[in-house]
Design a protein around this ligand. Structure first.
Ligand code: GDP
Length: 195
């Protein structure tokens, strides 16, 4: 699936701009700076596919990429940027809700959690929204190379506990480091099994 071409399709700011839902789709969500762009780049093997870092206040787009003509990989705007203006946040929440409940082909959301921080309040909000939208989600820990083993285990346990309370959560958590390449193959394999 990830050995072929991955191409940017478009950035979408409203539901009527979405590409046709004619293939399997997965999406990535996470707090700003969680390492989402870097992970999507590592996953697809491209250098600068997903834009690095979302700047606060910049247009919040849902970015669509195609993978092997059979899948869409969707990069949701980073959330939880304290400095983002209220109306930007409200607009993003509306679009996100519409997207999550309106995409019949969306098979799984991957919620990225920083190995250094564990699950924060904004992550809880996203996971609850995924519950309400009945979108199965799976948690991916990022930047695992940045923490010592003991801290990684502690934050993983906290995350596992938080995830267990969400009916839409897939229980298995994937631990990754885009920097070291850890877990990226596991993530690819999981995505490849989705039908
Ligand atoms: P985004 O805002 O979620 O898209 O985050 P980025 O992908 O832009 O990453 C934010 C920062 O974390 C950048 O400086 C990345 O180089 C760094 N980063 C991302 N993934 C990793 C990782 O696995 N390990 C380390 N050490 N740094 C990472």
């Amino acid at each position: 699936l990830f050995s072929g071409e991955t191409d940017f399709v478009k950035g979408v700011v409203a539901m009527d701009g979405m590409p046709p839902d004619d293939r399997i789709e997965i999406c990535f969500a996470g707090r700003s700076n969680v390492g989402k762009s870097t992970l999507i780049n590592a996953l697809t093997g491209r250098k600068a596919l997903a834009r690095a870092s979302n700047t606060p206040g910049r247009t919040q787009e849902i970015n669509f990429f195609t993978c092997a003509d059979s899948h869409y990989v969707v990069d949701l705007p980073g959330y939880g940027f304290a400095k983002a203006p209220k109306d930007t946040v409200a607009k993003w929440q509306r679009l996100l809700k519409a997207y999550l409940s309106g995409r019949a082909t969306l098979r799984r959301a991957f919620v990225l959690i920083d190995s250094r921080h564990g699950v924060k309040a904004v992550d809880e909000e996203i996971m609850s929204l995924l519950d309400r939208s009945a979108v199965t989600f799976q948690v991916v820990m990022t930047k695992a190379d940045k923490v010592k083993d003991a801290e990684r285990e502690k934050n993983l346990a906290q995350t596992r506990e938080a995830v267990s309370k969400h009916p839409a959560a897939y229980p298995e958590i994937i631990v990754t480091s885009s920097e070291k390449g850890w877990g990226v193959d596991v993530l690819r394999a999981v995505i490849s099994t989705l039908e």
